[in-house]
Design a protein around this ligand. Structure first.
Ligand code: ARG
Ligand code: ZN
Length: 505
């Protein structure tokens, strides 16, 4: 809601006329969750963050993280208290300069009570001083803080922030970031965006990173360790910063052979999705034992195991596609995950076509045929998979089938207009599956309710779409086997859709 400046006289007259009570809504605590039915306690109510400034120190030998978070926010209701999502130990909180009282509650709530209540529309500066050993903290019995032999990594979805900074932890509240981390000389600290400067003193080197476009909390990343950093600029002009743990062993060559193609792939994706939305691109491969990748904004997280069979440009395409589908345009609720994973998977299919390893249509036919009607695969609804199936293979593969079904329904011209127009029409914002359907209907001039319902919201195998039936009829009863069928089968055989060809242990 916008505050208008009204002349005092006019305001007095309006008050007399309408007899508005001094306070319309009673002062109340901000909700402990932002209202996402998949994760009721994630995020918080009553305020909106515009910027996080994190000034931290990390000691790899002991996993001690300490520092200060300064959070710029605006209240969206009258507040007596508000929550932040956080797990480390807090020693002091200030709100607009004044010491505030605080306590913890639930699994990951830091409850802050300012000296004076905060009326709706107030600009608030919250300073949180904290320390702790992230690897000793858990919520709901799990931790997503990944220690490595030479440091640590914060990267996971949907929750990673609790272990390193206090936040309004939900994609609905995006903000810009300055992340400054001091580490012992010889160790590096990586984060999102652009390295503004490094400074050295007293045996510590401080790395100052800036992410200057709105960024969801789960897309903020921190990596500490010993890295080899490469820099460059894509042909299209996007600055690229990549980093490889010096300890990748036999996976080092394949990791570089894949991630060093970031600039080329960013430019290639721009042809489908429009201009790259951020001022930097790149990825990092720390020496973790994890098996997933994550589209951390501008600086993608990769697991070394993804490169255990040689180069894997497909995972690079997937994570870079998310920079448009997921990062610039973020979901409104976690049930909208298809907007991220369905399109990132579809980008891998387009890349396969580009690499002469099977067309998107061949891959769609193959995936469709490889899951018989009684396969549990079809019971997962990509449009509302539930929190337990958020990263199920079906969200990825049936999700991409839904994209291909849309393409068949509206035709290539409208389809590629949607693919490119969507990231621009919702750049740096949030959107839902319903918003996407409306947008595709508007661009194509077609009613798509039945198509979306069939492919995204029914727990059953859809009938083959007309276009596919026709193309199969032309060739044989069985769908054509793509040239790269072995590789594709391997990708689809993993238990989770997230692994992009690397089985989880
Ligand atoms: N968005 C990520 C990807 O598709 C999935 C990350 C899932 N998280 C996990 N811990 N496996 O690349
Ligand atoms: Zn993904």
């Amino acid at each position: 809601m916008h505050r208008r400046i009204i002349a005092p006289g006019a305001l007095a007259a309006a008050s007399l006329l309408l007899a508005i009570p001094a306070s319309a809504a009673p002062l109340s605590p901000g909700a402990p969750g932002i209202g996402d039915p998949y994760y009721p306690a994630y995020g918080n109510g009553g305020y909106d963050v515009s910027h996080y400034d994190l000034r931290l120190t990390y000691q790899p030998a002991t996993d001690e993280l300490a520092g200060t978070a300064t959070i710029l926010a605006k209240t969206t209701q009258d507040l007596s208290s508000f929550d932040l999502d956080f797990l480390l130990d807090v020693s002091e909180v200030r709100v607009n300069g004044a010491t505030a009282s605080f306590t913890t509650s639930g699994e990951h709530e830091l409850v802050v009570t300012p000296k004076n209540p905060l009326p709706k529309g107030t600009s608030v500066t919250v300073v949180v001083r904290y320390s702790g050993v992230p690897s000793t903290k858990s919520a709901y019995g799990f931790s997503t803080w990944h220690r490595t032999p030479d440091g640590a990594v914060a990267a996971d979805e949907p929750e990673a922030a609790w272990w390193w900074f206090p936040s309004n932890d939900h994609p609905l509240d995006k903000a810009t970031y300055d992340v400054s981390v001091a580490v012992p000389d010889g160790t590096q600290a990586l984060s999102n965006g652009t390295l503004q400067s490094t400074t050295s003193r007293l045996g510590w080197t401080r790395y100052n990173w800036r992410s200057d476009k709105p960024q969801a909390t789960y897309l903020a990343t921190l990596a500490i360790g010993k890295f080899d950093v490469t820099t460059g600029t894509s042909e299209g002009g996007v600055p690229v910063v990549n980093a490889y743990s010096k300890d990748l062993g036999a996976n080092d060559g394949a990791a570089r052979a894949s991630v060093e193609r970031t600039g080329e792939i960013v430019d290639w994706l721009s042809g489908y999705f429009g201009p790259y939305p951020f001022s930097s691109a790149g990825g990092y491969v720390p020496n973790t034992t994890t098996g997933f990748a994550l589209e951390t904004q501008t600086r993608v997280y990769y697991s070394p195991r993804q490169f255990a069979s040689g180069s894997n440009t497909s995972v690079v395409v997937h994570e870079l596609a998310h920079q448009w589908y997921g990062d610039s345009v973020s979901l409104k609720g976690w049930k909208d995950i298809w907007l991220n994973e369905g399109f990132a998977r579809y980008a891998q299919w387009l890349w396969s076509e580009h690499e002469d390893e099977g067309t998107a249509q061949e891959l769609a036919d193959y995936v469709y045929a490889s899951h018989p009607a009684d396969d549990a695969f079809w019971t997962v609804k990509p449009g509302d998979p539930g929190p337990d199936n958020q990263f199920d293979l079906a969200v990825y593969d049936r999700g991409a089938l839904a994209v291909q079904a849309l393409r068949g329904e509206v035709g290539d011209d409208a389809f590629f207009a949607v693919l490119k127009g969507w990231p621009q029409s919702h750049a740096y914002g949030n959107a839902s599956v319903a918003d996407f359907q409306r947008y595709a209907e508007q661009v194509s001039g077609k009613q798509l309710g039945a198509l979306f319902d069939t492919w995204l919201f029914q727990p059953t195998k859809p009938a083959a779409p007309a276009a596919r039936t026709a193309s199969i009829a032309r060739t044989s009863a069985a769908p054509a086997q793509p040239r790269s069928w072995k590789k594709i089968a391997a990708t689809n055989d993993v238990h989770h859709g997230v692994d992009h060809g690397v089985p989880e242990e």
